[in-house]
Design a protein. Structure first.
Ligand SMILES: [Zn+2]
Length: 157
């Protein structure tokens, strides 16, 4: 790690702490040459293999833009999308693999999106799970209803 002040090629770590979400480590460093202090942030790499075979770094922004389309006209804020993208990243990182495919990302999006907005969930699932017919929508809606009833009766018990 080069010192940003004098370009000295070495630095000493004086403090390390893990971020609140546990996804990165922030290190305070000091240059032994000029005494300058600076911070570095280390994040474990996470790559996404696209259907085309192209590999690119995981991007919360891409998760957000994919979900944003499904949320058009719905009462979902940018803040909601950011929280969802973070949830997705944490879920994917918890699998422990440094490389995932777009399918796994899609799967990780479905759960939290369903919590967020059921219409957006249906739209997203219809594209992601390639719904072909109205019956596909009907069975997805029936599933949502069944879960809703189960949840409602759980609360009444
Ligand atoms: Zn220096």
């Amino acid at each position: 790690m080069h010192c940003p002040f004098c370009r000295h090629s070495d630095s000493r770590v004086i403090d390390s702490r893990t971020s609140d979400d546990g996804l990165s480590i922030r290190r305070r460093r000091q240059c032994p040459e000029c005494g300058g202090r600076f911070s570095t942030i280390e994040t474990a790499s996470l790559n996404v293999i696209k259907r085309s075979g192209v590999i690119e770094p995981f991007s919360r922004e891409k998760v957000m833009s994919g979900v944003r389309k499904a949320c058009q006209g719905r009462p979902v804020t940018e803040g909601d999308l950011a929280v969802l993208a973070q949830t997705v990243e944490e879920a994917v990182r918890q699998t422990g693999s440094s490389q995932v495919d777009t399918n796994e990302i899609g799967l990780a999006i479905l759960g939290p999106l369903r919590e967020l907005d059921q219409i957006a969930y249906l739209r997203f699932a219809s594209v992601y799970q390639a719904f072909d017919t109205l019956e596909d929508f009907e069975s997805a809606i029936a599933q949502l209803r069944a879960d809703h009833h189960r949840l409602a009766s759980d609360l009444e018990e």
